[in-house]
Design a protein around this ligand. Structure first.
Ligand code: UDP
Length: 329
C-alpha cells in the first residue's frame, strides 16, 4: 500500500515525500507541475503528472495504484494573487478538492491529511492561537483553505472519510541534504527574499512597516522548519491509520520573531550586511501570528527538531547559495 502525495513536487510536498521515503513508506506523487518542480520529485517515488480537477486523471491514479491514504498539498497559495484573481483559487483549491473527494469516495479511500494554513484565522483574537479560536480569513487564499476543511468535514460525515488538517504558520528552511528547498516564482516570503540580497539578486530587503505594536515595531511570525512540518504529516497519517478521528492541528514553534530579528539572524548566518529599508505596511498583515501547537504535541506526539531560527536560516542559506536560480541550477 502506498501514500498518494498530491502536490509532491512543491516546497512542503517534496520535503514530506523525502521524510516518508526515509521512513520506509511507498510513495506515489501526482502534481500538475504548475508551481512544482520535476527536479524536486524524489527518485524513489512514482510520479504522475496531472491535475486534480481532471476526474479521469485522479480516477486513473487510484485505479492503477494501491493507495492507503492521501496527503493533499495541491493548491495555489499566494495571498496577493488570491486577492486579485480569487476565482483561480476557487477553481483550483475548491473545485480540485471536490473532484478529488468524489474520486476518493468512489474508490473507498477514507484517509486524507491536508495542508492548511494559519491564514484560516485572519486577524487573531489572541496569541498564541488555539485551534478553537475564531476563523475569519482576511484573504481569499485563507478562505478557500477554510472551505476545503469544511468540505472534508461534511464529506466525512456523509461518507465515513476521516481527515487531519494541519494549519501551518510560517514554513521555511530547506532539506538538510541541500538537494531540495524553497523555489517560488514569484517569491513573496521573507526568508528567501532576504537571502536574495547576499546572493546578489536584490539590493536590499524591504521591511513592510515598522510601526506595529510589537517590541521593535515590525511584525512577529512563528517560523517553522519545513522538515518539522513534513514529520507532522507522517504522524498525522499514522494517527488516521490507527483509527484517529477527524481533527485540526496548528503547526508552529510557539515562539515569535520580528522581521528585524529575522534579518539580523540572516546577517549573522551569511556574513553579509543585508541592507534593509522600511516601506509601507503590506495590506492584510496581522501584527503577530504565533501558534499554540500543544495539541499537535500531545495528540500526535509531534516534536519540532529544528526550532532554532539560526539553524532554520542556515539550512535555507545552504540551499539558496547553491541554487540562486532555484531548480534551474
Ligand atoms: N515581510 C517583509 N518584507 C518582505 C516580505 C515579508 O517585511 O519582503 C514581512 C511580512 O510583512 C510579514 C513577515 O515578513 O510580517 C512574513 O511574511 P511572509 O510573506 O514570509 O509570510 P506570511 O506571514 O505573510 O505568511
Amino acid at each position: 500500500m502506498a501514500i498518494l502525495v498530491l502536490g509532491g513536487a512543491g516546497y512542503i510536498g517534496s520535503h514530506t515525500v523525502y521524510e516518508l521515503i526515509d521512513a520506509g513508506k511507498e510513495v506515489v506523487i501526482a502534481d500538475n507541475l504548475e508551481t512544482g518542480h520535476i527536479e524536486a520529485v524524489h527518485p524513489k517515488a512514482k510520479f504522475y503528472q496531472g491535475d486534480i480537477r481532471d476526474r479521469a486523471f485522479v480516477d486513473s491514479v487510484f485505479d492503477n495504484e494501491q493507495i492507503d491514504g492521501v496527503i493533499h498539498f495541491a493548491a495555489n497559495s499566494l495571498v496577493g494573487e488570491s486577492m486579485t484573481n480569487p476565482l483561480k483559487y476557487y477553481d483550483n483549491n475548491l473545485c480540485g478538492t471536490k473532484v478529488l473527494l468524489e474520486s476518493m469516495v468512489a474508490h473507498g479511500i477514507d484517509k486524507i491529511v491536508f495542508s492548511s494554513t494559519a491564514a484560516t484565522y485572519g486577524e487573531p483574537e489572541r496569541v498564541p492561537i488555539l485551534e478553537t479560536d475564531r476563523t475569519e480569513p482576511t484573504n481569499c487564499y485563507g478562505e478557500t483553505k477554510l472551505s476545503m476543511e469544511k468540505m472534508f468535514k461534511w464529506t466525512g460525515l456523509a461518507h465515513g472519510l476521516r481527515f487531519v488538517s494541519l494549519r501551518y504558520f510560517n514554513a521555511c528552511g530547506a532539506h538538510v541534504s541541500g538537494k531540495i528547498g524553497e523555489a517560488h516564482n514569484p517569491e513573496s516570503h521573507l526568508i528567501p527574499l532576504i537571502l536574495q540580497v547576499p546572493n546578489g539578486k536584490r539590493e536590499f530587503i524591504s521591511i513592510f512597516g515598522d510601526d506595529y505594536d510589537t517590541k521593535d515595531g515590525t511584525c512577529i511570525r512563528d517560523y517553522i522548519h519545513v522538515t518539522d512540518l513534513a514529520q507532522a504529516h507522517i504522524l498525522a497519517m499514522d494517527y488516521l491509520m490507527k483509527g484517529g478521528e477527524s481533527n485540526i492541528f496548528n503547526l508552529g514553534n510557539g515562539v515569535g520573531f520580528t522581521v528585524k530579528e529575522v534579518i539580523d539572524t540572516a546577517r549573522e548566518v551569511t556574513g553579509h550586511p543585508i541592507p534593509a529599508k522600511t516601506t509601507p505596511r503590506r495590506a492584510g498583515d496581522p501584527a503577530q501570528l504565533i501558534a499554540s501547537s500543544e495539541k499537535a504535541r500531545s495528540v500526535l506526539g509531534w516534536h519540532p527538531e529544528h526550532a532554532d531560527l539560526r539553524e532554520i536560516i542556515e539550512t535555507a542559506w545552504n540551499w539558496h547559495k547553491n541554487h540562486p536560480n532555484g531548480f534551474a541550477d
